[in-house]
Ligand binder design. Structure first.
Ligand SMILES: Cc1cc2nc3c(=O)[nH]c(=O)nc-3n(C[C@H](O)[C@H](O)[C@H](O)COP(=O)(O)OP(=O)(O)OC[C@H]3O[C@@H](n4cnc5c(N)ncnc54)[C@H](O)[C@@H]3O)c2cc1C
Length: 595
């Protein structure tokens, strides 16, 4: 049977909270195929020969350099992976695109420029463009001849993107759109040829348009002076009576929000791929420094305090990476199913990405916070020179920080993940209620102590099941108590989102280790890493749950919920120190990130 023929029990978006997924049904990065390996290698060659040696020139935005490098990437085919062959691309699937994004994720500013071009700049046309728009723009975007930008944010509207003030009105002869407004923080703003511009038709219908930069009335502001990703171009873009053809409306009038938000789902997934790629380089840099730097007559890698950091970097990276490929492949598989059902290409892609929007939001948050941890500890492992601009960690530290801000801030993504979950429950798409009710009943009963499961992962599965129960119990009680006013209690929603994130990442880690074992790979170290991750994830989940419960419940209800939380966050004692030491020793022996 070919891999495509294997029947899968699909876990739909958000369903991971109430359903068990079989390891056989998830994709793990170790399953990379030959074609994907070749693409990754090509990307690595490009980054190592063209980007790393030019880091300093890129950082000061040497005129013309970013454009030249983006065009070279285009010639190599690195910009057209997601674009179908009929439009000049390579028609690769989402999993391959994620491998590629991760492989270029350590390219700092240039990675941001390239991903703004291939992602938010190009995908609106690919997903929502008419046949004519696709034929006109996609081949030149795939080759890098045209560079693209995405203009959503304005001085007065960032997180509240739909409050945009930019307008589009029909010309008096009805033949053109006339666009007026101002956009802010536009990546690639200094050199883009194409702008995807969000504007309100007659100040009301939020819509998207393709605006060519050469059109009269389009002007660019000065480069922003940024904390990080200094080598990427970020500018304001002004539109003054910009007249564009009618056919440059993208999608339907008044449906711009579908474009803006759906594109961001894939954007968030790819952002987490970039954090994995960037994080691996910083982990390697930290390991190499720890191996060669001596203090007290020994390499600092010999110290337990440093071993802890090296191991923790690797464990957190491995965890996010597990969830990243699981989600990418879930989206890709659903897209294929929808195509088989006869759905048009763009609809299949959009619906598949929308289905896993909760997972994409969680990945964005978890990936960006993971990479911040990794770069922060790399600076620390470097000591004083970590604080020097002459060494890589300082720049990586500054560069990483943006990930928590763009593609929807982490606060907005946390809010969204819970909002989407609850809306799906209300619409009957996710049966959260009956699970929450079953847990309430269980809380009144005597706990079961039977532990006769001979599954190698019985303990981890039980821990995970309990994590899910802890969230369902906490969120269920919060919804019951606060009902509609829950939306005014953002602190509780943040707690719930943190719990949800811990669950998704932990489960993905577990499934990856199980699948590695199914593939006959020796998993003893991975299994121990999983135990360490779960150990701390449960503790973090307990803190978030406690904060939530204590802020909405009181009296007997609070006591009962806290007892429930204790029951569902019970951990067997486990010596995490020994595992972290083993992990660090393996990393130091390999002298690089090696998982
Ligand atoms: C380097 C860089 C590149 C960028 N590239 C692009 C680009 O190419 N195209 C583009 O369109 N935009 C781009 N952006 C803009 C980016 O997407 C926005 O900065 C981001 O969405 C946040 O909007 P804001 O800056 O207006 O912050 P605000 O929305 O003002 O948010 C400020 C703070 O308030 C919080 N907040 C806001 N609303 C809520 C709420 N309802 N509940 C709780 N907390 C809330 C936020 O989480 C944040 O912490 C870029 C930004 C930067 C810095």
């Amino acid at each position: 049977m070919s891999p495509e023929m294997v029947s899968r029990d699909i876990t739909r978006g958000g369903e991971f909270l109430i359903k068990e997924t079989a390891a056989a049904d998830v994709f793990i990065p170790e399953e990379i195929n030959e074609d994907q390996k070749m693409i990754v290698q090509m990307a690595r060659d490009f980054i190592e020969t063209k980007i790393f040696p030019n880091d300093t020139r890129i950082e000061i935005q040497e005129p013309g350099l970013a454009v030249e490098l983006i065009e070279e990437a285009g010639e190599l085919g690195l910009l057209g992976a997601s674009i179908p062959e009929e439009y000049g691309g390579y028609g690769k699937d989402l999993v391959t695109a994620v491998f590629l994004t991760a492989a270029t994720g350590d390219a700092g500013s240039l990675a941001v420029s390239m991903s703004a071009h291939t992602g938010i700049g190009t995908l609106p046309i690919l997903y929502f463009g008419t046949e004519e728009q696709k034929k006109k723009y996609l081949p030149r975007l795939a080759s890098g001849e045209l560079k693209a930008s995405y203009c959503l944010t304005e001085p007065g509207s960032g997180s509240d993107a739909l409050a945009a003030k930019t307008t589009a009105v029909l010309s008096s002869d009805g033949k053109f759109w006339i666009i007026n407004g101002q956009k802010m923080w536009i990546t690639n703003g200094g050199f883009a040829d194409i702008f995807i511009v969000f504007a309100k038709i007659n100040g009301e219908q939020f819509s998207a348009f393709i605006v060519e930069a050469a059109t009269a009335g389009v002007s660019r502001g000065e480069e922003e002076h940024k904390m990080g990703i200094k080598g990427s171009s970020t500018r304001q873009i002004f539109f003054e009576d910009v007249t564009i053809p009618l056919e440059n409306l993208l999608g339907e009038p008044g449906k711009g929000h579908l474009i803006a938000f759906n594109i961001l789902n894939i954007g968030r997934l790819k952002l987490s791929a970039a954090t994995v790629g960037g994080g691996k380089r910083m982990s390697t840099v930290a390991i190499q420094h720890a191996n060669q730097r001596e203090q007290f007559k020994q390499p600092i890698a010999a110290f337990g305090a440093i071993k802890y950091k090296l191991a923790e970097q690797a464990i957190r990276l491995f965890a996010v990476e597990s969830a990243l490929y699981r989600t990418a492949s879930d989206i890709e598989n659903l897209k294929k199913d929808l195509l088989e059902e006869g759905k048009p290409y763009h609809e299949a892609l959009m619906r598949a990405a929308e289905e896993y929007a909760i997972e994409c939001a969680l990945l964005k948050v978890q990936g960006s916070e993971m990479v911040d941890y990794v770069v922060d500890e790399t600076v620390q492992i470097y000591g004083g020179i970590g604080f020097s601009e002459e060494y890589l960690p300082a720049r990586a530290y500054r560069d990483a920080r943006i990930n928590r801000i763009f593609e929807g801030t982490n606060e907005i993504n946390r809010l969204l993940s819970i909002d989407m979950l609850l809306k799906r429950a209300l619409k009957g798409r996710l049966d959260l209620m009956s699970h929450a009710t079953a847990i309430q009943k269980e809380l009144m009963s005597v706990p079961e102590f039977s532990d006769d499961d001979d599954d190698d992962y019985a303990y981890e599965k039980k821990v995970l099941k309990n994590m899910k129960k802890a969230l369902l119990m906490t969120a269920g009680a919060a919804v019951q108590k606060l009902s509609m006013s829950l939306e005014n209690e953002q602190e509780i929603i943040m707690n719930a989102a943190d719990m949800l994130g811990e669950i998704y990442i932990s489960e993905s880690f577990l499934l990856r280790v199980e699948k590695l074992q199914q593939l006959d790979i020796n998993v003893s170290l991975y299994h121990s890493m999983l135990k360490v991750y779960l150990h701390d994830a449960v503790i973090r989940l307990e803190i978030a749950g406690r904060n939530a419960i204590e802020s909405f419940a009181d009296g007997d209800e609070m006591k009962m919920l806290l007892m429930g939380l204790k029951r569902y966050t019970k951990l067997e004692p486990f010596n995490c120190k020994v595992v972290r030491r083993n992990v660090a020793e393996k990393l130091c022996a390999e002298n690089k990130y090696c998982f």
